[in-house]
Design a protein around this ligand. Sequence first.
Ligand SMILES: *[C@@H]1O[C@H](CO)[C@@H](O)[C@H](O)[C@H]1NC(C)=O
Ligand SMILES: *[C@@H]1O[C@H](CO)[C@@H](O)[C@H](O)[C@H]1NC(C)=O
Ligand SMILES: *[C@@H]1O[C@H](CO)[C@@H](O)[C@H](O)[C@H]1NC(C)=O
Length: 313
Amino acid sequence: MAGKFSFVSVMGALLVLTIFHDPIIVDAGQGVPEVALFTFGDSYYDAGNKAFLSKNKNPPQTLWPYGKSRDDPNGKFSEGYIVPDFIAEFMSIPNGIPPALNLVLIFHVELALPSPTLLFLGLRRNLSMISTWSDDYIEKSLFMIYIGTEDYLNFTKTNPTATASAQQAFVTSVTNKLKTDIGLLYSLGASKFAVPMLAPLGCLPIVRQEYKTGNDCYEPLNDLAKQHNEKIGPILNEYAKKPNGGFQFTVLDFYNAVIRRTTRSYNYRFYVANSSCCGVGTHNAYGCGMANVHSKLCEYQRSYFFFDGRHNT
Ligand SMILES: *[C@@H]1O[C@H](CO)[C@@H](O)[C@H](O)[C@H]1NC(C)=O
Ligand SMILES: *[C@@H]1O[C@H](CO)[C@@H](O)[C@H](O)[C@H]1NC(C)=O
Ligand SMILES: *[C@@H]1O[C@H](CO)[C@@H](O)[C@H](O)[C@H]1NC(C)=O
């Protein structure tokens, strides 16, 4: 199981490696940011790489209604922007995040690579002749990592009766992977990390729909997310304690940010936070954008907290 797990997890992180700001296409001096934002993660942070690597030529996230509010279904799992786009904007990085794999150079990045961090290393080496990714640039840049969603959803589905100790062991295996990835990036010169806590996975509309919880969240998945989240701080603190290491980090409590919006949605201008805007099923959570699914699209996307069964508007 350990072997299988690492495959799943590596895929999750690797497929969607997002390098934003493409240093090749913008000349220095024309709005080139002083720093880059590198994001690693699952579909929440996918700037469109998964679509490039998909066997299916037109995966749903590249089709309407994804990207609807931007008139541009570009492979991001949202009707508009994703979290890293907003962070990029705060960092004055223009035009949203292009997917790293959009670069012809690296189009053939293969899944055989053992780790997303090695992919990063390869990218950096390949681009180093023509880009501004100096050591200094990497050191100043921000690295965001968000992993685990797919791992826990799959674990819960395939092990519905897992004991508490099996759950703990699984959480440890996922967080160890996070720890290793951060350590590798750190050893490659990265020094600024932003690591959001996992969302309350049991509150995703697709989870409510599949586990038939009605208006409630599915607590076993929230428990896994909480166990995962408890380990993030200590992992980062361990790196930060190294003398003269220069390791800096911030943790966003995304878990409670989501809970606040699902429980008091009106306060955050969302009218619906228990089902999704696009899809089919009791919670409108399945199949948004899929060719063979007649999914419904809500009228006012902005008033929904969830766009599809697992991603936010
Ligand atoms: C880097 O370039 C080499 C040779 O062109 C290629 O085989 C390799 O896949 C590239 N690595 C990445 C991560 O793009
Ligand atoms: C889900 O987990 C099972 C075992 O726990 C594993 O065999 C399978 O490959 C995983 N599937 C996906 C899609 O992650
Ligand atoms: C979502 O919440 C609304 C308002 O509380 C409720 O009327 C509706 O039944 C809930 N939807 C589901 C699928 O539970």
